[in-house]
Design a protein around this ligand. Sequence first.
Ligand code: CA
Length: 318
Amino acid sequence: MKPIVIAHRGASAYLPEHTLPCVAAAHTLGADYIEQDIVLSRDGVPMVLHDIYLESTTNVAQQFSDRCRNDGRFYAIDFDLAELKSLTVHERVDDQGSAVFANRFPVADLQLRIPTLSEEITLIEGLNKSRGTHTGYYIELKSPAFHAAAGLDIAVSVIKVLETAQLHHENAPVFFQCFDPDTLRYLKHDLHSPLPRIQLMGENSWQEPPGVDFDLMRTEQGLDDVASYADGIGPWIPQLFEADGLTPCHLVTAAHARGLVVHAYTLRADSLESGFKDFESLHRGVFLGAGIDGVFSDFPDVTRAFIDTHVSTDGAGS
Ligand code: CA
């Protein structure tokens, strides 16, 4: 199997993340899977949105200026579907309102909207039909404990949408991904979901979710546990390498020894998270050095071209 290209929030290097044009671009640029980050509206509708907050990618602060919480943030879960659909989406900005990636799409108002998961499925299924392709879904359940505290079950809400779309069966081209191991266990043991589960791996300092020991999770013992409830791991790219950022560490070999696939995040030409000198070297490092089975990329066309040119079906390089 050749490694898979997962378009990270769509073709997010080229258009505002998670918008339908960004998804359509990812589809036509050759992604095998397109990522959906899911957050629920107040009325429990799965929305494709990276943050549980709205202010970094929408005009919520202008449109609903009095709806922030005491921490100054606007939470998607405080807005119902109709309110969320009234917002316009723009390129991601930081706390000062400046573009996070200076050379990407301008912070402009194109009247783009936050898609529901259902709408995004309609788009991708439509493109699969019109283009004769089988592009799949790579769905992250964001902050399940946060949603549970508000009385919402994000896993059940997403499964309902997938069932309606006839995408909740063992042959459906859908992965679940989550940082929270309890949610992956819940999907397996309580909800009996037939879809493959990927354990995302962060750094303990990120506290996402609080209390999960990702250092332990990457040990041989930790990976034994992961293999009991997941089908693969989603490490941060620096976790694939020793401290030099270049030499592959034990992680991929140890995961493969347990039958776990490895889909790492995130390839960004304009933010290289490693010791590699340029984007092509980083591609060589993750595919031909570390030997991963797939990657999240903001630049799905560049990653597609690298794999097609340099990686054979047995993972060997040229
Ligand atoms: Ca994600």
